[in-house]
Unconditional design. Sequence first.
Length: 267
Amino acid sequence: IADRREGIGVCGWILVSLSFLLVLITFPISIWACMKVIREYEQAVVFRLGRILSKKAKGPGVILILPCTDTFIKVDLRMVSCKIPPQEILTKDAVTAQVDGVVCYRIHSAISAVANISDVHSATLLLAQTALRNILGTQSLAQLLAGRGEIACSIQAMLNSATEQWGVKVARVEIKDVRIPVAMQRAMAAEAEAARETRAKVVAAEGEKNASRALKQASMVLAESPSGFQLRYLQTLTTLAAENNSTIVFPLPINMLGNLGQKSRGG
């Protein structure tokens, strides 16, 4: 509708001429009815005898309209942010969830927003709700929780393709909150706890494996030097005495007893 341009006809020009003549006759009083102020963030779509006056919206500033034949509609060009109400969806893996979000958009073509749709803000919000349900219905719960950014970009692209003919540009879409049933939350918590326990057992097993390898290498080194084994034994006893105040029974090494026996037999 916004791209269609037709003349107003002979009768239309006659009415416009009469309106212009009325303005001249009642000047300067009529000038106050013809002058309209449009704010910086607004544009005006002027209709003359029911048809859009020009290919471009007027404003901001002061615009002139003819009484009786011209009407105008103000269009706000500022960014609009609206909350998408919670939508109950069924994910790809048959999990029920409630998801809400936020969509930010602005009108870049005032003529298209007025001529091509009756209520651009309501239509954009309804379309955002539908797009949210359609996109999330094709995702699993894990994808929904982990890939919010990609899902938001998909919803934004879908909205932009649908609202282009309305003169609307969707700037940002964000998924605000995801609510799942309490039973599913408990199941997910149990699953996460089991996964953490599994990882802990794997880490402990890896530690035991590495410790056994280190002990094997240490035993091989100590086997090459018996005196080193005795020094390590004495160091362990020193550590125990420093940590715990208790009586330690110090056994004599077997090789020392053997040496003493040999000396007694020889003497």
